[in-house]
Design a protein around this ligand. Sequence first.
Ligand code: NAD
Length: 337
Amino acid sequence: MKIAVFGTRKYDQDSLRAANEKQGGFAAFTFIDALLDSRTAILAADHEAVCLFVNDICDKPVLEQLSALGVKFIALRCAGFNNVDLKAAAELDIKVARVPSYSPEAVAEFCVGMMMTVVRKYHKAYARVREGNFLLDGLLGFNLNGKTIGIIGTGKIGLLTGRILSKGFNANVIAFDPYPSPSAGEYGITYVDKLEDLLKVADIISLHCPLMESTKYIICDDSIAKMKKGVVLINTSRGGLIDTYALIRALKTGHISAVGLDVYERESSYFFADSSTKVIHDDTFARLLSFYNVFMTGHQAFLTEEALTNIADTTITNLRDLEETGTCACVISEQPK
Ligand code: NAD
């Protein structure tokens, strides 16, 4: 199968090549640096499948272009699929598959590391010590032991994050999820009935729900107003869960005392590329980066060897099954509300 792989970095290419070799060389890849959008879709000509990641744009116009070029399958090498118009794909008879779980541990571990970084200020200490400055002023943190940490969304990643925090740090981990998990108790997590109940008492809030119509801007002026003053916010899920203007307002007043972000709502213009010699034109993004108490990474939480191997293996399996049987275990058909 000829597969156009958009938005690839060397680590994607290496892992996909290795998985392909393991699975008998079913795939012939064309690796493309650019993200998929209406300008780059033409590069999929003469391919039966496209392979995409989180920031490729796969809306109706792009899907129509892909369909006209003969593309039959879309293999997402990620779990989230908010960037694909599934209704349009179904109308065009394009099958879409994803990698529902490649290493929730990778994201959960990263998330807790980010929480510790923000709370204990590792990033500032690192920079200071390298400059020969060993002063501790401005590095004051607080213990996670005994603190109330609110997890929004207790799927695979939220549960694991909660487990690390409750079992490892002895934190009081509470969670909100409209579909509670029966395993939460084993993970040391206690549910609250309403999101509001979590917002009111949590010292730290960590986002782990997917981006959907119903969760867009779940963190907004309204929800922030319900949070404790001085709350710490961590987002390793999707940028669109947070209304960035509201976040900036809350950082300015100090209502939110510190933030760790691995994602940003308009990240696609900057992330996964070296923008260090470019001017940032997104003033909101630039403002966010300017806060002393905002720690940001470039959508890195998934990036472990284990995750890349699982992503590549599942992607090849998905495409092979789709071609051979017309479906696969990880096919997605419905856009959640
Ligand atoms: P999952 O599907 O296993 O779990 C998502 C959970 O969110 C479910 O339990 C669901 O019921 C819950 N949920 C839905 N609506 C909610 C709401 N309104 N409030 C609270 N909870 C709600 O997903 P997962 O594998 O745990 O991944 C979670 C998210 O992490 C993904 O959607 C993806 O956006 C993000 N992610 C980020 C990275 C990264 O590198 N930063 C990597 C992988 C996944």
